[in-house]
Design a protein around this ligand. Structure first.
Ligand code: BTN
Length: 256
């Protein structure tokens, strides 16, 4: 159960998360968000469930979550500018929020959230033009209180939760509220010509200047991850030439 009064008590936002739609069980919070948009829910609405049974990830992958252990939620925004910066900004906000709990989370381009070289969370941003209004749904999955055995066998080596590294249990509502607080504070970073976001993102990235295998359109390329461009794309040096990619998967070499 997610207690909305506990979220509220820790929230200091003006609008993000002020309308909270809670479901005990749901296929996907992103899918539900799109349904609710058709009913004109307010800007900054939060859709959250305790048991997401058909979570969606990037590239059509599944996002698997054990009931009542982690956070699976989506946020709805209308008419946000510079959407290309959004996944970066959410990643930064999550890292900043978890610093308040003494965790050093890292980011892997474009939107994987990493702890101790394992994946602790992922972001799925989707946008559509609805009646000429750019509408965006941001989905976030974050592992909080899971134990290793809560993950399916094939994920156990690659997945981690806050509990697994600290042996503590966390109030998910508090973690959620802190993320939303940072998120709203960081909204200004989306403004054009504001380079602060890129600096912040770089400070959390765990593979700047490292050798990576880059998976793009079924091709695997070995190169050095230089940085992100002003569009948020990956700049990879391959055979001494820099190439820019708007999508793909980064695998850090010599890591699990
Ligand atoms: C990824 O790493 O591939 C992104 C995973 C995003 C998962 C979240 S969980 C809440 C929201 N609802 C979904 O169906 N997916 C996102």
């Amino acid at each position: 159960m997610i207690f909305s009064n506990l979220v509220d008590a820790n929230l200091n936002t003006d609008f993000i998360g002020r309308n909270l739609e809670y479901y005990s069980r749901l296929a996907s919070t992103n899918d539900e968000a799109w349904e609710l948009i058709a009913e004109n829910v307010p800007n900054g609405s939060l859709i959250i469930t305790d048991n997401q049974f058909k979570g969606r990830g990037r590239f059509g992958n599944e996002w698997i979550s054990a009931p009542s252990m982690g956070l699976t939620f989506s946020l709805i925004f209308y008419d946000l500018k510079n959407l290309h910066k959004l996944p970066l900004m959410i990643g930064v906000s999550v890292c900043e929020a978890l610093k308040e709990f003494n965790f050093k989370l890292k980011l892997k381009w474009p939107n994987d959230i990493i702890l101790n070289d394992k994946k602790i969370g992922g972001i799925l941003c989707e946008s559509k033009n609805i009646n000429n209004v750019k509408t965006v749904v941001i989905g976030l999955g974050l592992n909080i209180n899971e134990k290793a055995e809560d993950f399916p066998n094939n994920l156990r080596k690659r997945a981690i939760s806050l509990s697994m590294v600290s042996n503590k249990t966390f109030q998910r509502e508090r973690v959620l509220a802190k993320i939303l607080n940072h998120f709203e504070k960081n909204l200004d970073l989306l403004k054009e010509k504001n380079l602060v976001l890129f600096k912040k993102w770089e400070s959390f990235c765990n593979h700047l200047n490292k050798e990576v295998t880059f998976h793009n359109n079924n091709v695997n390329i070995i190169g050095r991850f230089i940085n992100i461009s002003d569009k948020g794309n990956a700049i990879i040096e391959i055979n001494k030439k820099q190439k820019t990619f708007s999508s793909g998967i980064v695998e850090i070499n010599n890591s699990i």
